[in-house]
Design a protein around this ligand. Structure first.
Ligand code: G
Ligand code: G
Ligand code: MN
Ligand code: NA
Length: 253
């Protein structure tokens, strides 16, 4: 397909950029970290969403090199932030098949000088669909380094609760499809309540994604969710705006 060639060209030309979306602690109402979100600034087509090109990059294997670039870039940026601000980076399941993932992460941390305790890696349920044992071993090695592991888009994928028993996740990210109709649909409240309760009992932080309204925030607070992320606070913004965002949310950078 056309996009394959275009993606390889774009990677060689440095057309990718990282934007950062705040993760806000509900109790303190302060930013505790940022999620790095990949953007493709196409010379003719403008900004292209990762939802469009990440699946193609996965198909052609480019996600391994692109994902390495993302991690190195994110760590290099985050090391400039206040020491209590974390950086969350998405990992593709394809990166787990690239055998030297752990070495790559160690190298990115060492070269940037970022403490592993400031790095959160976001994975999706799909990594438990195949090569479960090998992937679990990788996750354990990453966590041994002091890195936090988050389960992204919780509740939308394979959704077996058994992996919560086989691996000590640090965070569960409640998919924004459950947040969207909070207050309008009782089933969404029930699901958010159940996931928050699960997090509390298992001592796992819960983060709600896609929070757009004060009403949603009130529901999430009432249900004991720990952290929020969404347009109510800020969309993902370029690195140059992070200092301003930290200032706006009660901290000096
Ligand atoms: O930013 P939105 O920004 O449109 O992101 C869409 C999807 O792309 C999300 O599912 C998000 O997890 C994924 N995504 C964003 N950045 C990255 C990245 O650096 N690596 C991978 N593998 N996925 C990413
Ligand atoms: O990694 P993940 O699948 O969670 O990617 C986050 C996605 O959600 C990105 O596409 C990001 O741009 C998008 N997003 C972030 N905040 C909001 C929000 O408040 N509402 C909606 N609809 N999307 C959001
Ligand atoms: Mn994510
Ligand atoms: Na998500």
């Amino acid at each position: 397909r056309d996009m394959e060639l275009d993606l390889r060209r774009a990677f060689a030309n440095g057309e990718f950029e990282l934007h950062y979306q705040p993760l806000v602690d509900i109790a303190s109402d302060r930013i505790s970290g940022f999620e790095a979100l990949l953007r493709w600034c196409h010379p003719e087509k403008g900004m292209i969403s990762p939802a469009e090109f990440v699946p193609v990059a996965e198909d052609i294997g480019l996600i391994v090199a692109l994902g390495e670039w993302v991690l190195r870039e994110a760590c290099t940026e985050a090391v400039k932030w206040p020491a209590d601000i974390k950086i969350a980076v998405n990992l593709s399941p394809v990166q787990f098949r690239s055998r030297n993932l752990v070495q790559m992460v160690i190298s990115a941390l060492a070269q940037s000088g970022l403490s592993p305790t400031r790095l959160e890696l976001e994975i999706t349920e799909s990594i438990f669909l195949a090569e479960t044992e090998a992937n679990l071993a990788i996750l354990h090695q990453l966590r041994e380094l002091g890195i936090s592991i988050s389960m992204d888009d919780f509740g939308t994928g394979y959704s077996s609760l058994s992996y919560l028993r086989s691996f000590p996740f640090d965070k569960i990210k409640i998919d924004r499809s459950f947040v969207k109709d909070l207050g309008e649909r009782p089933d969404c409240v029930a699901i958010v309540r159940a996931i928050s309760g699960l997090g509390r009992s298992l001592n796992i932080t819960t983060t709600a994604e896609g929070v757009e309204t004060m009403d949603q925030l009130d529901w999430l607070r009432a249900e004991g969710c720990n952290q929020v992320q969404g347009y109510l606070f800020s969309a993902a913004r370029p690195a140059a705006e992070i200092e301003q965002l930290l200032f706006r949310f009660g901290r000096r950078a």
